[in-house]
Design a protein around this ligand. Structure first.
Ligand SMILES: C[S@@+](CC[C@H](N)C(=O)[O-])C[C@H]1O[C@@H](n2cnc3c(N)ncnc32)[C@H](O)[C@@H]1O
Length: 183
């Protein structure tokens, strides 16, 4: 079996005393063994350039920062940008390449309490795909200037899609545990 290129942590690495604070397991967290092989492949289509070089310095989500970031698309996909300049916002999908992938229950530092991975927006998940709606400021060739990202400089880009407020925005959507926590 070939070693997965972006899987820096084995299922037990959270107990490694050498692990960084972000990767150390917290009380209540649960790791599972990952499958032997992958079910699909993907292409990195570019890189995201941001001001952040350490995970702890990144905004916790895309709305927490108005920092200007750059999306560098691989020039082979340049024609795929036709029409993108007419969009005010893009759905940006990116690959959290430094995240461990084996936790099914996790306790993010800022929430404390353990919750299921699929009830969280944490980068730690079997497929560490992140999604943010970013404001498109400019398109110059294959460089897109955007506001509204929360990832490390150099994070691989997976996809760009137009954000349709008419179909993507759900004004009355609720994340119950989060709403309860805030009240
Ligand atoms: C909570 S996630 C949210 C990501 C995305 N907005 C989403 O909702 O899917 C954002 C956090 O992921 C971490 N992070 C950023 N870039 C990363 C990377 N390349 N690899 C692993 N973790 C990363 C940082 O701690 C950052 O604050």
């Amino acid at each position: 079996m070939t070693s997965p290129p972006d899987r820096p942590f084995a299922a037990t690495a959270g107990h490694d005393p050498e692990a960084s604070e972000e990767d150390r397991m917290r009380p209540g967290e649960v790791a599972v063994p990952l499958p032997e092989g992958f079910d699909a492949g993907l292409f990195y289509i570019g890189r995201v350039r941001t001001p952040w070089h350490h995970r702890g310095d990144c905004p916790r989500n895309a709305r927490q920062s108005d920092a200007v970031c750059t999306i560098e698309l691989d020039p082979r996909y340049a024609q795929g940008l036709t029409g993108v300049e007419t969009c005010t916002h893009l759905l940006v999908l990116y690959w959290m390449h430094q995240a461990r992938r084996d936790l099914v229950v996790q306790a993010p530092r800022h929430y404390g309490e353990p919750r299921g991975t699929f009830a969280l927006r944490s980068p730690v998940r079997p497929n560490p795909i992140a999604a943010s709606v970013a404001r498109l400021v400019a398109v110059e060739g294959t460089r897109l200037t955007v506001i509204g990202l929360d990832c490390l400089d150099g994070t691989p880009l997976l996809d760009l899609k137009p954000y349709f407020a008419s179909t993507d925005a759900v004004a009355d959507a609720v994340v119950g545990w989060h709403a309860a926590r805030k009240s």
